[in-house]
Ligand binder design. Structure first.
Ligand code: MG
Length: 391
């Protein structure tokens, strides 16, 4: 087995207050722990996930893991974080993973890129942790709160999870620390440092926050609920007529005495919409994600391009507020197919019909569309994203 994830969720979360430990607080309809689990369950490089829990939380835990794959039977944690991690590692030993990522249960926004960097860091290192530079000035103070000095922050880093380790070495270090009755190590990097291993660092992410206080939970809930980051993108595409007996427009096959030339199915409408959505995300264009030079997209139906772009919005916790497509041609007549196209785009994007607009126009016989040489399409997409923490 290549990679296991150990999620520490046995804490009582007293600093956040409330009726349940913070990892079971609900954010946007799902518990913090479930959101954390999903980040790893969706990662193809992760084989199994071991969660360390508190026995009192069994019903909450069952809700958090319902329907998830890769999750092993839970293990009861100990009195300290160090003991809880040790318990999880001992349970994972039966599976013999090569690598293990240790993650806080209350860190639900870990970007996929950070998980990928954690796993990759173990190609060269025994231990590696995600860090951020410290940007605030750091002062030392005395018991009265008076400043006694300024710390040079150039050499300081704030540490996140997932922390990444070669499994055998981390388990051995934890066992040695327990045997030596060293019990005050607050993270797993500290256990490895204590055991004499070098701990490398890689880039964390400002979004990858740990929810500790009631304020953190409230801010996260607002972020998920408000989606205040409203963005608009535009897309434009043209395909020329060629031999054929139909054209694909907005996912609908329209009988015609010509076809549209193109590497994929040449669906000019879906291409313009895909670029509009990617534009709103500032995430490149259709050609960057699906290069025409790549033979696997030859003849591909374009609904997958648009569905991919929409999924990129949802992966970022966002929603698509509105799509607007204008098809520009003299022929075929779009009007009779307008409702079918609209319904198909709504289906592809899993959107209500009221958020999808399709219009058609001619160019009064002017220009290439007027000369019936091809079809043009323009589109706009309005999306709403969570405000990134720190942005
Ligand atoms: Mg195109």
């Amino acid at each position: 087995m290549a990679c296991a994830v150990l999620i520490v969720a046995a804490g009582r979360g007293t600093r956040a207050g409330g009726a349940v430990p913070k990892q079971y607080h609900r954010l946007g309809g799902e518990s913090v722990l479930r959101r954390t689990l999903l980040r790893f369950a969706e990662c193809a490089a992760v084989d199994v996930i071991q969660v360390v829990t508190h026995p009192d939380d069994a019903p909450l835990y069952e809700q958090a893991v319902a329907g998830l794959t890769k999750v092993l039977p839970q293990v009861a944690g100990g009195a300290t974080r160090q003991q809880s991690v040790r318990a999880g590692l001992e349970a994972l030993a039966a599976y013999g993973p090569e690598r293990v990522l240790v993650q806080d249960g209350a860190r639900p926004f870990t970007p996929p890129e950070v998980i990928a960097r954690a796993i990759a860091a173990l190609d060269e290192n025994t231990a590696a942790i995600p860090v951020l530079p410290v940007t605030d000035t750091i002062k030392q103070v005395d018991a009265a709160g008076h400043v006694t000095g300024t710390v040079d922050r150039a050499m300081l880093r704030a540490v996140q999870t997932p922390q990444a380790f070669r499994f055998a070495e981390l388990l051995a270090a934890h066992r040695a620390a327990a045997d030596a009755r060293v019990a005050d190590l607050t993270d797993d990097a500290s256990v490895m440092e204590w055991a004499g291993h070098t701990v490398a660092t890689f880039a964390g992410d400002s979004e990858n926050v740990k929810l500790t206080s009631a304020e953190d939970l409230a801010r996260a809930a607002r972020m998920l609920a408000d989606l205040p980051d409203v963005r608009t993108g535009t897309g434009f595409d043209v395909h020329a007529f060629g031999p054929g007996d139909h054209v694909m427009l907005g996912g609908v096959a329209i009988p015609f005495d010509r076809g549209l030339d193109g590497h994929s199915d040449a669906d000019v409408g879906l291409h313009a919409l895909t670029d509009a959505v990617l534009g709103a995300l500032a995430d490149g264009d259709i050609g960057a994600h699906f290069p025409p030079s790549d033979p696997q997209w030859k003849g591909a139906t374009s609904d997958r391009f648009l569905a991919f772009a929409i999924e990129r919005v949802r992966e970022r916790g966002g929603i698509v507020a509105h799509l607007d497509l204008t098809l520009i041609c003299e022929a075929p007549k779009v009007g009779p197919h307008r409702d079918a196209i609209r319904a198909e785009i709504a289906r592809i994007c899993d959107l209500p019909l009221g958020r999808v607009s399709v219009k058609a126009t001619t160019t009064e016989k002017l220009g290439f569309t007027g000369r019936r040489e091809g079809i043009a399409a323009m589109a706009s997409a309005t999306i709403r994203l969570p405000l990134e923490i720190g942005a």
